[in-house]
Design a protein around this ligand. Structure first.
Ligand SMILES: O=C(O)C1=C[C@@H](OP(=O)(O)O)[C@@H](O)[C@H](O)C1
Ligand SMILES: C=C(OP(=O)(O)O)C(=O)O
Length: 737
């Protein structure tokens, strides 16, 4: 693929899926789309309808292409691969859209010999009962999941190319091993289709002249919609995924027999049991769908900012610290009795942790005001969840809860949204498995995380390869629940909220010789806690007040734990004007009021010892450095790549659009700042990452023209009260759909 030309994507099979992909891709202008179909006239019709750019008439004369996407029924893949084999090069990216992946991989192995590096099977979880080129819909994949099942032979480049193409048509890309994909799909898609076909057929045959359908209402319609799907396609799928489908079908048949028996013997309790469990699982599913929908809607919003003409002013209290909020409710769930937590963060990530704990059987009262009451049943008091735990985009929820669940003696599954499903989870798998836990991840070391039950865990001495409070806390929580000691050492310091909370609850925590040693207690008493204001949110306002002349703001009750305040130290070193007032302690954490005024800044060099203490504030620090006179060097920023987005990439791209001089050298960022220059206006994209969005919003306050921050609506969920705070301090920012 050349750097300048659009990739040439050849779609073979212009049914609903292939044609919809082609149409959406063409509309997104991210590829030149070629199309081919075995049925006469279909590709020509697709050209007429503007679905493709070019028809490929037969396999003897195939123009060059970079990506081959095979969208034919599963059992026809083999012959398409054989037909195209002579046209594949080492660089061709090959994928498919089949609902079964095992047979496609087998077919490729047989036809192609060794599996090529460019081959990455895929499956969009989108479909409709309609079929054919005329049914093509350019929004068919919008906000739908696309599962890639990379093989050990697949290259990262091929995965990246396909990810980009599917994202261009609106899909959320996740990865999964082939076998797991086939098992999951057998249960969630193939079995329901089999049941729908079978029920409609039974009823249609039962009633002469199909009289019965005249009376069939909502239940029949909802349950059997998918029985109108393409018979050939589904015939292929069942033959191709026979083993996994039969496995779940037999289980279902046994359960159905039990229900029949319960009805026969008038066992109402058994019916109620099953229906109650099913309702709660279905309600949970609805909740996930709604939360995905809401997040999707939020991500699509844009923040529109205009430059500020006068300084920021006013006094604010911020939502409770997100990191402490996660930990407080987790520990409260493991404690004995009723815990009272005030100042709970209430942002989306914190709510994710709360909801997961509820699903694990913990009674939690929360009225959205930051006051939360949690009734814990002790270190062994959690109950197995009846369906996977959905972690949204929250890395902290996933990693900390994985630590807790690894020691519970029951199985759990943790799943996340598209962004979280790309983030490294092997960093917790390693230490937890060293303790004897069993965690299964995708081959790329990402979620879903399957936690298998084990009888017990053992103690651990572990040197973390990176400074990560999430990894450290996952190990501490596993040790706490399993009742085994843990010793850890980090390369540089990371936030120590878990340690402080545990110490506050009387646990034995020691930090001598650079090692953190934890001896777990037998039980944990309930908490009574006031959570300080979130320093990481405060940092955005501190940065904006520093940059906009005339600013003078006060942020009250902010947590100033030294393992979090690298940003404050750097800002002061650059010449920032911050007064740290009324220093006090709250809930075992140092807290202060911060007065921040405008100040011109100078450059500086900041070594890796700042990384862990500044990690979430780096994006906004880059903005400050771009307005500080001289060359600033910030070392050891690699971890930014593993957040909600690749924050290094996003910040460098966006700040470059805004006219900043910023570059990456190894793991260091170099920014040549100009104190006398405003940022340019323009369009930047934060790809759904709230910290990147807020960093750009700060830059926009001192831009010469308006800045549109695309995909930034998640700020609203991540920062409760954002709009009100922005207007109180005087920002010029609006949220637009
Ligand atoms: O433990 C925590 O609460 C957090 C730790 C950090 O992540 P890592 O541990 O992955 O560095 C940070 O970026 C995140 O926002 C919150
Ligand atoms: C990285 C962050 O959170 P998490 O890792 O919990 O998703 C963040 O809030 O910046």
């Amino acid at each position: 693929m050349t750097a300048t030309a659009l990739p040439r994507v050849l779609v073979v099979g212009l049914g609903l899926i292939g044609a919809s992909f082609a149409k959406a891709l063409r509309l997104s202008q991210s590829a030149h789309v070629l199309g081919m179909d075995a049925a006469p006239g279909v590709a020509e019709r697709a050209l007429e309808l503007g679905i493709i750019d070019e028809v490929v008439a037969d396999t003897d004369r195939v123009p060059p292409f970079d990506v081959l996407l095979i969208a034919v029924p599963v059992l026809a893949m083999r012959s398409v691969l054989a037909d195209f084999k002579p046209h594949l090069t080492e660089r061709t990216v090959i994928s498919d859209v089949g609902s079964v992946k095992g047979v496609v991989v087998e077919a490729a192995r047989e036809v192609l010999g060794a599996l090529p590096a460019g081959f990455v099977p895929g499956h969009p979880i989108a479909g409709a009962e309609r079929s054919g080129v005329e049914a093509a819909k350019s929004d068919l994949f919008d906000r739908h999941m696309l599962i890639l099942t990379p093989l050990p032979s697949s290259s990262n480049d091929a995965v990246a190319t396909l990810t980009k193409l599917w994202q261009a048509v609106g899909a959320e890309v996740v990865t999964m091993p082939v076998a797991r994909h086939d098992e999951v799909l057998a249960a969630t898609s193939h079995l329901p289709h089999l049941l729908a076909f079978s029920l409609v057929d039974t009823l249609a045959r039962e009633s002469e002249n199909r009289e019965i359908f005249r009376y069939a209402a909502g239940g029949f319609r909802d349950f059997t919609r998918i029985a109108a799907s393409d018979p050939t396609m589904w015939h292929d799928i069942f033959l191709a995924n026979g083993e996994a489908t039969l496995g779940i079908l037999r289980k279902f048949q046994a359960d159905l027999d039990e229900l029949a028996q319960a009805i026969e013997h008038h066992q109402g309790d058994r019916l109620l049991d099953v229906f109650g469990r099913a309702k709660s699982a279905r309600d949970y599913f609805t909740q996930i769908l709604q939360s995905r929908q809401r997040h999707g809607d939020d991500v699509r919003k844009n923040l529109i900012t205009a430059p500020m003409h006068r300084g920021l002013s006013g006094t604010l209290s911020l939502p409770g610290d997100k990191s402490i909020s996660h930990r407080a409710v987790i520990l409260a769930a493991l404690a004995e009795g009723e815990s009272h937590i005030r100042g709970f963060g209430e942002g989306d990530d914190n709510r994710t942790t709360l909801e997961a704990l509820r699903k694990l059987g913990v009674d939690i009262q929360d009225d959205d005001s930051g006051e939360v009451r949690v009734t814990g049943h002790g270190l062994k008091g959690l109950r197995q969840a009846d369906s996977p735990l959905y972690m949204g985009c929250s890395g902290t929820s996933m990693r900390l809860l994985a630590g807790v669940l690894a020691a519970q003696g029951f199985a759990s599954e943790l799943i996340g949204d598209a962004s979280l499903s790309q983030r490294p989870m092997d960093r917790i798998q390693k230490p937890l498995e060293t303790m004897g836990a069993r965690l299964e991840l995708t081959p790329r070391g990402t979620a879903p995380i399957l936690i298998r039950p084990v009888d017990s865990l053992h103690s651990i001495d572990y040197e973390l390869p990176m400074a990560s409070a999430q990894v450290k806390s996952a190990v501490l929580l596993a040790a706490l629940c399993a009742g085994v000691p843990a010793r850890m050492k980090e390369p540089t310091i990371s936030r120590n909220h878990t340690e402080r909370l545990l110490a506050g609850l009387g646990c034995d925590i020691d930090t001598r010789d650079g090692w953190l040693s934890f001896t777990p207690p037998k039980r944990l008493p309930a908490l009574d806690l006031d959570i300080p204001g979130d320093f990481s949110l405060a940092a955005f306002h501190m940065a904006a007040a520093t940059l906009v002349p005339g600013s003078d703001i006060r942020l009250d009750g902010i947590g100033v734990n030294p393992t979090r305040t690298g940003f404050l130290d750097i800002l002061l070193d650059m010449g920032g004007s911050v007064e740290v007032l009324n220093e006090r302690e709250q809930g075992g954490e140092p807290v202060a009021d911060l007065r921040v005024r405008y100040a011109p800044l100078g450059a500086g060099v900041y070594g890796t010892d700042y990384s862990g203490r500044t990690i979430d504030e780096f994006p906004v620090l880059f903005v400050l450095a771009a307005r500080a006179e001289g060359e600033t060097r910030i070392e050891g920023v690699r971890e930014l790549r593993y957040k909600e987005t690749d924050r290094l990439k996003r910040m460098i791209e966006g700040l470059t659009v805004l006219g900043a001089d910023i570059e990456l050298k190894g793991d260091d960022v170099i920014i040549r700042g100009r104190a006398d220059r405003r940022f340019d206006g323009g369009i930047v994209d934060c790809a759904g990452d709230h910290r990147v969005a807020l960093a750009f919003m700060v830059a926009a306050q001192v831009a010469s023209r308006p800045v549109i921050i695309r995909h930034s609506g998640r700020v609203l969920g991540a920062y409760p009260g954002f709009a009100e705070h922005a207007s109180r301090l005087g920002y010029s920012v609006t949220v637009e759909d």
